[in-house]
Design a binder for this molecule. Sequence first.
Ligand code: NAD
Length: 423
Amino acid sequence: MEREIHLDPTFKMARQQFDTVADMLEIHDGERDQLILPKRAISISIPIHREDGSITVFQGYRVQHHLALGPTKGGTRFTPSLTLGESAALAVWMSWKCALASLPYGGAKGGVAVDPRSLTSVELQRISRRYMLEMIPFVGPQTDIMGPDLGTNEQIMAWFMDAYSSHSGKSVAEIVTGKPAALGGCAGRREATGRGVTFLVERAFSHMQINPQGRTAIVQGFGNVGSVTACGLAYRTGMKIIGISDQAVAIYNPKGIDVAMADRYAAEHNKSLAGFSGGEVIDPEELLTLPCDVLIPAAIERVITASNAGKLQCRILAEAANGPTTPEADAILDQRREEIFIIPDILCNVGGVVVSYFEWVQDMQNFLWTNTEVVDRLCRILESAFSAVVRRAKERGISHRNSALSIGIERVQAAKRLRGLFP
Ligand code: NAD
């Protein structure tokens, strides 16, 4: 199992990023392994009855990275290519991210290797419930709390909560975050990640003393995070969204895309932009290298690589997705530090887990905060994380990524050292 994790390209990337920062922080070998290796890696099989009467067994995972700061917390993805190694990499990033925002969590991640669009809604519900059922021995409100991620949504979180609660004999809302509001979901959770990305892009502009009004943005991925970010930047910040894409298609319109219309179109067409007429259809790879003020990868890992990093023509790279930039691309972008301001993933998309934390706290106290309270508290945490990252980068002459990672890693290291190693 350990070999499977170490061979995975996304885990290799998380390890490489960690080693760079560990060199900087002069962390010795034994402590490195203690910091990076996942505490628990769970692999399960999920058999379900298909609607045609057959049985299919799907593969599911959950990785809990470290337990030094509290329970683990992290998303659940339903994507066909999910592996244990990818789950481990995402759990590790989640740990540094939670620590950067001073949240009392270790990182976790997992999900099912399945394309949710290939299932009927009955089958999707069966997989969701069975996944949670198999995970019951390993998760809990004080052990590991799940949330949404690629390919999952509020409805799936509701099924997770119901499956866990049925087993417990009482409602346990705090077992998952990202639930519908009617089940104890937090005001603004669905929009939280995209809202955070919008706030941080505005903050980067103000840091560079540039007025964002009328500036252009390109967004890769038009799901929860991408669509909320595109709408926030267009209607709140006053920017022009000139490119959007999803798994099916990439669309370019230099005059600006009506992103509210694109959002409605995707909602009515099985979450796909295929056939949307708001611009010219172009090569998805080309979309990333077109001139724009802000480029926002908001889909999957490893899309900014050694082959396109030198060609990016943006002023700000806002990493809404987890792990969109490979270490090889990072080395190239580091040479372009004066040209491109990077908002690294563990900072850029932290808004999601911050509001998930609010949801967990509210559910445990049977308490409700208003949307205004949630947004206000979120923005204060984002502001403090942004300032800390930019300040350390400047003081130490390091990249924003290494600054953000080093803050997160140091906090986990401090917690582990204080708790000590027994025996
Ligand atoms: P989602 O499933 O709602 O949307 C994903 C979007 O990406 C879809 O439009 C899909 O078609 C598109 N996509 C998939 N493969 C693509 C490809 N090869 N090229 C272009 N587009 C592609 O997922 P989401 O929740 O919006 O998550 C997006 C990213 O943000 C992921 O990296 C996720 O880990 C990260 N993230 C999400 C949250 C959250 O709260 N949902 C929080 C933090 C980070």
